[in-house]
Unconditional design. Structure first.
Lengths: 127, 480
């Protein structure tokens, strides 16, 4: 059973997002990191880049596969978690602490789920 | 095994350089290095033994069964090697005047004609050095097409199904496009409605493998290519799986505008460490003016080189991996019009034979008859016994069989993708099925053993996560 905390929201492509004072913090859910397996490389955007709701902003590479990470919001990258570039394993160890990017100037959002709806979504994907 | 650097002893194995018989030339001192390179110093006999020992640890199609899905590891006939070793091919220089290399130019010309016939294309380039390089070249053709029509700024998206080879989206991004991924339908083909929703005035093209990576021929192929064409996009055929339809069906007739083929897969040239590869790209006549320079033409029995009018330029030095083309031509001429379709029939028959025998034990997520390869889902076995696709693949090594492609395509989470090819006998296929059935039984009886497999190899389970996270890519002299 994956860890689905209630203090963040989720996308159907398995990103989590929390918003505070106009800044969105975005990461990968526990379900996503578990499905990927050991993550060995993360390619992040640069500060100042534009991100678009529903479009890819980063690549995550594990020994099994490479996957894209989709932005839940449109806006401007305010900061990136540079720690992950040296130590991508942090996403496996603590997916809700290891945020990927923070976004400001938020204009648009994809449809988001709360923890209960996301738990159901994960169940349906397992089948 | 020790590294060459560890076997090195100062002063051993000095080269005997003959007396210089040309005038000496003083190099610019600024170009000279100040210290000697730290090369290993060894006697020839020890160097020979080092590499012979290494060669005994490797595995190739000459050692045994190699059912690596989507890689078409067929046997490479020796006659190909004989042809490509002929002095007239080996001892020529790419800058020789055309009139002195007519035979080599004819090889390029004839191979182009034959592969264009097999794929249903009008023109080809032999330059690309491998499959992904061919994809990139094909996408540059699509780019040039939209550019000359003034639509490049608008047509930015390449549509790729979620079962595609990973190189497809990568090549599209390298060629400056963005990628739209569309889902597969329950039968494993392209979801037509999803495709219709995805196409539009921003569509540059579609990249598709047919049969796809599940080993399934898409019955809607004509409607798929028509949908993309009606939206103003072009259709690219990834020829990685051409071995399934070679001589039976042509990408050009399915509605594709350009293709690449892998000579090192379909046309029996060396592959996997032994390469180099070769990924010729074919196209319909309307794209031919954009092909890379140089191409070969024939007039009154004389062959010469020319640049297409609106060429994209070179994508590789000279004429591609020429000796690989010689091998492919030898293969095509050896099989002939009758043998080419027989080869693909054998490939499809062998895959279905294995799939049928194994389906009594393993789960086949797409149980309909397959083409040249099929995908097993180890998910149910994992749920029951804890043994995953990696464990099954590693255990196969103990039976002297190269593992299938693992964890691909991505839409099957515990995938093992098996492509036996046409060059394997029934006895070889049966031995592989027997091994996989025994592993299935072991998974139920002694799963711990499978987690530790392989049990008989020099290297058992290398730490691939550590290797990817902290790779050591050079010898550290001062720490050893």
């Amino acid at each position: 059973m994956s860890n689905i905390p209630e203090n963040v929201k989720y996308t159907n492509s398995h990103e989590w997002i929390s918003e505070e004072s106009g800044i969105a913090t975005i990461g990968l859910s526990d379900f996503a990191q578990d499905a990927m397996g050991d993550i060995v490389f993360i390619n992040l955007p640069a500060v100042g880049d534009a991100v678009t709701a529903g479009e890819s902003f980063a690549d995550v590479e594990s020994v099994k596969a490479v996957a894209e990470v989709f932005s839940p919001v449109s806006g401007t990258v305010e900061s990136v978690n540079e720690e992950l570039l040296d130590n991508p394993a942090l996403v496996n160890e603590a997916p809700y602490d290891a945020w990927l990017i923070r976004v400001s100037d938020i204009s648009e959002r994809v449809e988001l789920m709360d923890a209960a709806a996301y738990a159901q979504h994960c169940e349906s994907e397992k089948e | 095994m020790k590294l060459l650097f560890e076997e090195s002893r100062p002063g051993r194995g000095e080269c005997l350089i003959p007396v210089c018989d040309v005038p000496e030339y003083a190099l610019d001192p600024a170009c000279l290095r100040s210290s000697a390179p730290r090369l290993p110093e060894m006697a020839e006999v020890d160097l020979d033994r080092h590499y012979t020992a290494l060669s005994k640890e490797t595995y190739g199609v000459n050692c045994g069964f190699y059912p690596l899905g989507s890689c078409t590891m067929k046997y490479n006939p020796r006659v190909n090697e004989a042809a490509s070793s002929l002095p007239g091919f080996v001892q020529i220089h790419p800058l020789q005047p055309a009139e002195t290399v007519q035979g080599a130019l004819r090889v390029l010309y004839d191979t182009e004609k034959l592969i264009a016939e097999i794929t249903g294309m009008d023109a080809m380039t032999m330059q690309p050095a491998a499959g992904a390089h061919g994809e990139y070249t094909g996408l540059l053709l699509i780019r040039k097409y939209h550019e000359t029509r003034g639509e490049l700024a608008q047509r930015t998206k390449i549509i790729v199904p979620d079962s595609a080879h990973g190189t497809n989206p990568a090549s599209a991004v390298m060629a400056g496009f963005s990628v739209v991924s569309i889902p597969s339908n329950p039968e494993g083909g392209v979801d037509l409605q999803a495709l219709k929703n995805a196409v539009g005035p921003d569509t540059a093209g579609l990249m598709l493998t047919n049969p796809n990576t599940l080993g399934l021929f898409d019955p809607n192929i004509l409607e798929i290519t028509k949908t993309v064409h009606e939206a103003g996009g072009l259709c690219y055929y990834d020829g990685a799986n051409l071995n399934a339809v070679m001589g039976q069906a042509r990408p050009g007739d399915m509605g594709f505008d350009c293709v690449h083929v892998n000579l090192h897969k379909t046309f029996s040239t060396p592959h996997g460490g032994g390469g180099p590869g070769s990924g010729p790209v074919g196209c319909k006549a309307f794209l031919a003016p954009f092909l890379p320079s140089s191409r070969v033409r024939e007039e009154n029995g004389k062959y010469s080189l020319f640049d297409p009018e609106q060429t994209m330029g070179r994508v590789r030095s000279f004429y591609g991996n020429f000796l690989v083309v010689v091998r492919a031509l030898t293969y095509i001429l050896t099989l002939g019009r009758k043998g080419i379709p027989e080869a693909s029939e054998g490939a499809v028959l062998n895959a279905n034979y294995m799939m049928k025998r194994l389906s009594e034990y393993y789960t086949m997520p797409y149980p309909q008859p397959c083409m040249h390869e099929f995908v097993m889902d180890i998910g149910p076995l994992k749920a029951e016994t804890g043994v995953n696709a990696m464990d099954v693949a590693k255990r196969l090594l103990d039976f002297g069989i190269h593992p299938p492609t693992m964890y691909f395509p991505l839409i099957v989470h515990e995938a093992l993708m098996i492509e036996p090819t046409e060059t394997e006998s029934q006895e070889t296929l049966d031995a592989a099925c027997d091994a996989l059935i025994q592993i299935w039984k072991e998974a139920h009886e002694q799963p711990e053993m499978l987690h530790a497999a392989p049990l008989t190899k020099t290297i058992t389970r290398p730490d691939d996560v550590l290797a990817a996270r902290k790779p050591i890519l050079k010898y550290l002299f001062d720490e050893n």
